[in-house]
Design a protein around this ligand. Sequence first.
Ligand SMILES: Nc1ncnc2c1ncn2[C@@H]1O[C@H](COP(=O)(O)OP(=O)(O)OP(=O)(O)O)[C@@H](O)[C@H]1O
Ligand SMILES: [Mg+2]
Length: 308
Amino acid sequence: MIQIQQVRKTFKTGSIMFDAVKSADLAIGQGETLGLVGESGSGKSTLGKMLIGLENPTEGTIMYKGADLWKKRKFKSPRPGEIQTVFQDPQSSLDPRMQVKDIILEPLYALSLAERKEKGAKERLIYLMKRVGLKEEHMDRYPHEFSGGQRQRIAIARALITDPQFIILDEPTSALDISVQAQVLNLLKELKREKQLTYLFISHNMSVIRYMCDRVAVMYKGKIVEIGPVNTIFENPKHPYTKILLSSLPSLFQNSKEKITFAEPTEMNGDSSGCVFYQKCPFRSDICLSNPGLKQTSANHSFSCHFV
Ligand SMILES: Nc1ncnc2c1ncn2[C@@H]1O[C@H](COP(=O)(O)OP(=O)(O)OP(=O)(O)O)[C@@H](O)[C@H]1O
Ligand SMILES: [Mg+2]
């Protein structure tokens, strides 16, 4: 469904140029949930934003169902509303001055998919509010009158109103407490099955990733350092950074007995041409100053490390 090929995103602040995403290659199959995990600032949201037109790639191509999303560097949406997003913080992503009904319906009007008076839109609103676990009478309220979990349900209904096929979920439950988190994750799973959705699921929580995803891509400093089926990544991680991410989990979630941690950062900078993990890798050696490339262990599992 989606093919990201050698995508780079360079930001310029003042005179400093910096790659938030460096040459990312990634494919997402129809009906799959691909997890994207990595530390804060590794470029996960930037990658997601390029899939919905909020950021433009500096280099590379992004194909959606065989069509270039950024043809001639201009974002060309497939059917309007076919790609949707749900962001982390429903507090800031929902307009506090709008009633819930207008928040949920807004994408339809913004994309000229329905006229404000159209009866079908109202019926769809009521159906979706109920489907995500809200009550019809909630529609005249404002976001501050809801709990965090309910606000995220509003955001999900808003994403679903355009009948999307692909949804980018950017830390959709990170702001919620643990019991509410589970309810919202289950809702997302049910909706996916029911509506045959495809998800890009961004999170830094490995347990949530394991619960939700079919495959996982691990990002570090703008690069995908490992990608594979969720069970392979959890049971047989290859990249040292993936191993460190897993080491921090309760033993319930990982089989690896190996306990490894970040190395003291070195002065030497392996970033520009070598391995992105050089500075903090416990196994680094001189060879890591050159780019390890992406190696494949099996059909579905690739990683970027000179060792292993
Ligand atoms: N519009 C922008 N202008 C300049 N720099 C930006 C911009 N957006 C993001 N960045 C930088 O790009 C890097 C990647 O940011 P991004 O938001 O993609 O990270 P992330 O992996 O989603 O992190 P988090 O887990 O904290 O959400 C960060 O260093 C960030 O400061
Ligand atoms: Mg982010």
